[in-house]
Design a protein around this ligand. Structure first.
Ligand code: FAD
Length: 372
């Protein structure tokens, strides 16, 4: 049984939906109900590589990252759980002058906010990852305080803390419709009946667009499949490898204890919401991996998974009220950075809903940038 009415209904129990629930509950926001058609974290969140970095182009994104890093550092104290936060660094390899210029511009934004990102030469980069080839590398960007954490531990902790403060999280409960009367949300329909509410938050990740359609809204979020492969324990490289991104191919990898987690950084066409593993992607991933770290040629792949990245046309998220539908709030389109920005998104959303406006300027994440 789920409640028949709620002050706030959140659709989706991924990192974003549960972080919003957590912050709303901390603020004593009334009856909050999270509707999840599967299980907590079962969507994109559990498929993420867990990467956390300050290397972003927008001021607001750097602000979100800085808040995220501080949160992950105090995670145990605040959440009463572990999240395996490891500040092993982020390293972007740049092989074109255009990229060097782009990253320099981004770094100016980062430095103005006190974020630590450094442009280093190829040899310095090689000292960080001795097994890699750098003959084509012009420069690298190094984020020494960046790293990764466990997305599943984090989403479960948000959910547990939200529940402990009175939030109801209904799993295996699919949203099937959003009732709008005279331009205002009045109810959310689910597989187990109707919930009346005046405030609904779309936090459905890659499924943000179909949820928007239920309220007659077009939301520019498009799911794209991405694969991750993990090797057996592999000691022919020096661990830990920081989160290494090869901008020339999109390939990225990092240590997963003594194994290597790697991805081709695939950016295939729209995938119609399927996230099964396509093993033909392994060849591309291995080719790109061996191109950068030749020793990986002898590594054995132990397992793989694929997930959907919820992409917007400009690859920045949308945090905003829905245009033309009163009572519908959007926290969607987090592309490849929704896990690391979940804490700040929850915080800002709770402020916006409860205080009337967020303490940071979120205008760069408004839906109006995509036009009518
Ligand atoms: C391979 C891969 C690697 C990634 N690596 C990183 C990384 O290193 N760092 C990072 O920060 N991010 C990373 N991401 C991105 C990150 O996973 C997403 O941005 C983030 O998880 C989005 O969280 P979310 O809560 O918006 O979506 P989700 O976690 O997908 O949650 C949305 C939820 O809504 C539910 N839902 C959908 N429709 C309905 C419905 N009708 N009724 C009820 N519930 C519904 C779904 O079941 C799902 O659980 C990666 C993504 C992929 C695929």
């Amino acid at each position: 049984m789920i409640p028949r009415s709620a002050d706030i209904v959140i659709i989706g129990a991924g990192a974003i939906g549960t972080a919003i629930a957590y912050h709303l509950a901390r603020r004593g926001a009334g009856d909050v109900l999270v509707l999840e058609r599967d299980m907590v974290g079962a969507g994109s969140t559990s498929k993420a590589a867990g990467g956390i970095r300050v290397e972003f182009p927008l001021k607001i994104e750097v602000e979100f990252s800085l808040r995220g890093i501080e949160f992950f550092k105090r995670f145990r104290d605040e959440m009463g759980a572990e999240c395996d936060f490891r500040q092993e660094g982020y390293l972007f390899l740049l092989t074109t002058e255009a990229d060097v210029a782009r990253f320099r511009k981004n770094m100016a934004v980062q430095h103005a906010l006190g974020a630590d990102s450094r442009m280093i030469g190829p040899q310095e980069a090689r000292e960080l990852v001795p097994s890699m080839r750098v003959d084509d590398v012009l420069a690298a960007v190094w984020g020494p305080h960046d790293g990764y954490a466990s997305p599943n531990d984090v989403v479960q902790a948000y959910a547990a803390q939200a529940r402990a403060r009175g939030v109801t999280i209904a799993e295996e409960t699919a949203v099937t419709g959003i009732a709008v009367e005279r331009g205002h949300v009045v109810a959310v329909d689910t597989s187990v009946g109707r919930v009346t509410t005046r405030l609904c938050i779309n936090a459905a990740g890659p499924w943000a667009a179909p949820i928007g359609e239920m309220a007659g809204l077009r939301i520019p979020v498009d799911p794209r499949r991405r694969h991750i492969f993990v090797t057996d324990a592999f000691t022919e490289v020096k661990h830990p490898i920081p989160l290494l991104t090869d901008r020339s191919t999109g390939f990225y990898c990092r240590s997963e204890q003594q194994a290597v987690l790697l991805s081709a950084g695939d950016i295939g066409p729209r995938t119609e919401y399927t996230a099964t593993v396509d093993w033909s992607m392994l060849e591309e991933a291995v080719r790109k991996a061996v191109n950068r770290i030749p020793a990986l040629e002898s590594a054995q792949i132990r397992h793989a998974w694929a997930g959907l990245r919820p992409l917007t046309p400009d690859e920045h998220a949308i945090i905003d009220w829905a245009p033309g539908v009163e009572g519908l709030f959007l926290a969607v389109g987090f592309c490849g950075h929704g896990f690391q920005h979940s804490y700040a998104t929850g915080l800002m959303t709770a402020e916006w809903l409860l205080d009337g406006k967020p303490s940071l300027d979120l205008s760069d994440l408004s839906i109006s940038r995509f036009g009518g």
